[in-house]
Ligand binder design. Sequence first.
Ligand code: CIR
Length: 263
Amino acid sequence: MQHRAALPPRAIVRAPSPSLVHALGQEDGVVIDLERARAQHAAYVAALAALGVEIVALPPLDAHPDACFVEDTAVIFGAHALVTRPGAPSRQGEAASVGDALAALGLALTVMHAPATLDGGDVMRVGKRFFVGRSARTNDAGIEALAAFARSVDRDASVVALDMPADLLHLKCDTSPLGDDAVLAVEGLPLDLPPGLTRIDVPRTERFAANAVAIGRQVLVAAHHPETHARLAAAGYEPHPVDTSELRKAAGALTCLSLLVTA
Ligand code: CIR
């Protein structure tokens, strides 16, 4: 029997367009420096590539100021993808082209329809368990659509919904997976983890660093959060600090800038 060689991880990304300066989530008086945001995005993509990730770069979408935050437009589970209907109406036109890119990579697509809404930033998968935030962006119909998708791919998949406080955009602002057997989570976040999973707590003072991107034991993590870097290193991970401070002005963190395909 012939075995297909394992593919390297791939990441869908999309550079910010000039309209990023109109992105959602900016606080009054804060101004995004577009050139700096572009440079930080490019450095983030370069950091992924340096870890052996193949980059699939989609063209910027000037009609959609938030389009660089590709994570919100799909949930990937093995060789399957759920193309979401993002909760912000201005973002719903972003998803189709991401779906096309995922299909071109060989993933089987399921497409979410109204009235469901769900942002990928609200979904954290650890192995076969999906944690999903019920938030201003993700509604009950979206959670049901996620559960149906997950169980259609693997009947043992489970979905745990968590109510997000009004001041938290997405679940993954406070927690993110480190592969299939560990999570990074801000101290005090209640997460019912399956037995055997490791939890690495992030101090409240470094909350932004709870959102990190793991490629095996290598972890892209927010720069200037030394205690989190130290805790990752102590747990056997290699932290790679990246600075995305301009994208943070639009409520973006690290996971939101890519969609990882590993199957
Ligand atoms: C938004 O409000 O939709 C964007 N400005 C930020 C999205 C961040 N997405 C994510 O963390 N998954």
